[in-house]
Design a binder for this molecule. Structure first.
Ligand code: ZN
Length: 241
């Protein structure tokens, strides 16, 4: 295959642009900010779930509290009723004695219930603190998620701009290269890690980095300038400069 020296040199310039595009693609897929964003998104979801769980627990305990409040009220109203009856002095001494006994038990029951009520209130207070710190954490993470999303978007936009510029340059350059040579380049590129053409530098193919033996090297360098040479090892187009 024949191609002018300048066409072969253009192919190397095209390769540089295509390699830049590969690097930009790699950069877009491996943004450090994307990794941070993923971590923050997971942390935010976890804080949000914990917050919901704490809210649910609180509402269950509040239900428990209103139940124990009703229990206390019932005991208090029984105490009041018994005290009234006792104050009225109506009834047999035995009945009055029974009333006093019942009042004693009721007072004990009231103290027990009030203690339960207090415990529940302490639990609610602890939950309130937990909910407050969790919701603060959740909101702070939400802000970070928004911030890093914007940073990621901006970084991707910048890469897209750079890619578009490079694509414009590479298409303009490709239009200057003979279609036949370009087709071979594209074919190799598709099967050789995106590198279709490499420079011959210091006796080495810059595509596979293998040193070409002296005999082959002297044969290659003695070929006419417009001969398109392929690396024996990696089959890439070897451009002699
Ligand atoms: Zn090679």
């Amino acid at each position: 295959m024949k191609a002018s020296k300048s066409a072969q040199e253009k192919l190397l310039a095209l390769q540089a642009l295509d390699s830049s595009l590969i690097q930009l693609e790699h950069k877009a897929n491996n943004l450090p900010v994307a990794k941070i964003l993923d971590e923050k998104t997971i942390a935010h979801a976890s804080a949000r779930d914990l917050c919901v769980a704490a809210e649910t627990e609180k509402s269950d305990i509040k239900h428990e509290l209103s139940k124990s409040e009703v229990d206390v009220e019932q005991v208090v109203s029984r105490i009041e009723r018994d005290e009234k009856r006792l104050a009225s002095g109506l009834g047999t001494p035995k009945e009055l004695e029974q009333l006093q006994h019942e009042l004693g038990s009721l007072a004990k029951r009231r103290a027990e219930l009030e203690e339960i009520e207090l415990e529940v209130m302490v639990r609610i207070e602890a939950l309130d603190q937990r909910i407050s710190s969790l919701s603060q954490e959740r909101d702070a993470l939400q802000e970070e998620v928004i911030k890093f999303s914007r940073e990621k978007e901006a970084a991707l936009e910048e890469i897209t701009r750079a890619k578009n510029t490079t694509i414009g340059e590479r298409n303009a350059l490709a239009a200057e290269i003979e279609p036949e040579l370009l087709a071979v380049y594209e074919k190799i590129r598709a099967s050789a890690d995106g590198i279709g053409a490499a420079r011959l530098h210091a006796g080495q193919c810059q595509g596979c980095h293998l040193t070409i033996n002296a005999a082959d090297l002297s044969r290659i360098t003695s070929l006419p300038d417009d001969d398109v040479v392929r690396c024996e090892e990696c089959r890439r187009i070897l451009v002699r400069i």
